[in-house]
Design a protein around this ligand. Structure first.
Ligand code: FB9
Length: 491
């Protein structure tokens, strides 16, 4: 018979019954009985009132004593007929100290100091371990201990009093000893035959929670991107338009004063596009200035002194950095009649034809910050990096001189990662060169400081991933995307 009906039959014979008693009578888990009661209560077949009762049960130490004997009995049994040095006896069990004092107060043992070193001897030939017997009685549910004894065991942390929540049951308005099958759907057949008139329908449970709607979940990269975006916006930066994966070599390299023979411009580092292979739309006055600064110098620079070719600049590629976007933005800024200071940022994909490994793929997201204002210098760059990375939870930065074709000076950025317990590289930065800025037409006293980092690296660290292929690509565990926590970069 179903548990529900066993409960109803029991209740028919007795007006009130506690769920604990039912659990014991039926040999069922109390929680299972409570669950059945709740379903009967939903049908108004029973009424339950919350009840509380207390019960004594053995602590973990009490269970050990019930099993192995009291500490004093264990100690007594460790004393041989001939006696044992007290120091040695105290090493025989982890509870020897408690056992010794109890065995002494029970008159089971004595200390013989006649020979100098204290020797422990048995004072009685045999003992009865009443503590063990009492605890085994409680373990069986026979609670016949006098209060003073029970309180002593509580003090010795062998017994503990626990409160049990249960329910006192009585017959409900719809009480019956069998459960009518409740219909859950009103069918057309019921309406046609009129059987609905005699059927019982399950009442609506307006408290029931709906099925959680299946929906999409943000990928960890997008969560980290949102965090970075928030940090930049909080700092007053404006997002640059980065919806141009295919870029000309001109904007990706030449505008950044990166010479045409630079190794990064080779096909082994860059993905060139075969169709359309070239771009021919450039601001030609500006292009001529770029050509001149590369080939002859100018603006105080001797240039690279090579035969700059427009065909090289026209080649289309997948942008290798979002600094190509920064170049376009700065050129656009330079066309303003009156210069106004700006703070730009970008977070988007870049592509590099480099060796793949566990942490590098041919594409990654670059995060870039750019500030253009009069009289900026390295100190301003360090200060803004400090403020930016503090928002990522980094309070200790170190800088190392580096080289970029388009910034001078340049610095690699390092931070001490408390979680990893080591210094890690967290980005690169620098001051854009005059050979890049002045051909655009920016005023001579305007400097531009910038820095960059990736999105994948912080995301992998944040979510404890060691292989980039666990973050992006066909091997990604979609359950990870579903369940991973929200991202807080500074936590
Ligand atoms: O992101 C990087 N590391 C990083 C960043 C944040 C972070 O956060 C913590 C957990 C919370 C942890 C680590 N790096 C830059 C450093 C290394 O990972 C490096 O091995 C890989 N670098 C990429 C380039 O690799 C081909 C990261 C990427 C990178 C490097 C430089 C720039 C952008 C991205 C730049 C720039 C720049 C410089 C001057 C002016 C304008 C832009």
């Amino acid at each position: 018979m179903e548990l529900n009906e066993r409960i109803l039959h029991y209740l028919e014979k007795s007006d009130k019954v506690d769920t604990l008693k039912l659990a014991s009578e039926f040999g069922e888990d109390h929680q299972k009985v409570v669950g059945a009661v709740k379903s009967l209560e939903a049908l108004d077949m029973v009424i339950s009132e919350a009840a509380k009762s207390t019960k004594w049960e053995l602590t973990e130490e009490g269970k050990l004593v019930a099993d192995k004997g009291s500490h004093e009995a264990v100690l007594y049994k460790s004393v041989p007929e001939s006696g044992i040095p007290q120091a040695e006896l105290m090493k025989t069990s982890p509870n020897a100290k408690v056992g010794f004092s109890k065995a002494m107060s029970s008159g089971w043992i004595l200390i013989d100091k006649s020979g100098g070193a204290p020797i422990v001897k048995r004072k009685v030939a045999a003992i009865t371990d009443v503590v063990q017997d009492h605890l085994n009685e409680v373990k069986k549910g026979l609670d016949t201990l006098p209060d003073n004894v029970r309180n002593d065991y509580k003090k010795r942390k062998l017994l503990q009093e626990i409160t049990i929540k249960s329910f006192l049951l009585s017959k409900g308005p719809q009480f019956a000893t069998s459960i009518k099958k409740l219909e859950t759907d009103l069918t057309s057949e019921m309406l046609l035959t009129g059987s609905w008139k005699t059927l019982d329908f399950k009442p609506y449970n307006f408290d029931a929670l709906g099925q959680p709607p299946e929906c999409g979940h943000l990928h960890p990269l997008l969560k980290v991107r949102s965090e970075f975006r928030e940090i930049f916006l909080e700092m007053g930066f404006t997002e640059m338009p980065t919806n141009k994966y295919v870029e000309s070599s001109f904007w990706n390299f030449d505008a950044l004063y990166q010479p045409q023979q630079h190794p990064a411009r080779d096909a082994h580092d860059t993905f060139f596009v075969s169709s359309p292979a070239t771009c021919t739309q450039f601001p030609m006055v500006y292009l001529e200035k770029v050509k001149k600064v590369h080939s002859e110098g100018g603006y105080g620079s001797q240039g690279y002194r090579y035969d700059w070719k427009i065909e090289e600049a026209q080649k289309n590629l997948l942008r290798t950095h979002t600094t190509a976007v920064s170049a376009r933005m700065l050129y656009h800024l330079a066309q303003q009649k009156e210069f106004t200071p700006q703070k730009y940022f970008s977070i988007d994909k870049v592509f590099r034809n480099e060796t793949l490994d566990a942490t590098h793929l041919a594409e990654f997201h670059q995060v870039e910050g750019v500030i253009a204002a009069r009289g900026l210098g390295l100190a301003d760059l360090i200060a803004v990096l400090d403020a930016f990375f503090q928002r990522l939870g980094f309070n200790r930065l170190q800088f190392k001189p580096a080289y970029n074709p388009y910034t001078e000076p340049s610095m690699e950025i390092f931070a001490f990662h408390e979680g990893l317990g080591k210094w890690i590289e967290i980005g690169n930065s620098g001051v854009f060169r005059p050979e890049m800025l002045l051909p655009m037409g920016l005023p001579e006293d305007v400097n531009v400081i910038a820095w960059g980092l990736s999105l994948e690296r912080p995301t992998m660290i944040k979510y404890g991933l060691n292989n980039i292929r666990d973050l992006v690509g066909p091997r990604v565990d979609l359950q990870m995307v579903h369940t991973n926590p929200i991202c807080r970069l500074n936590k």
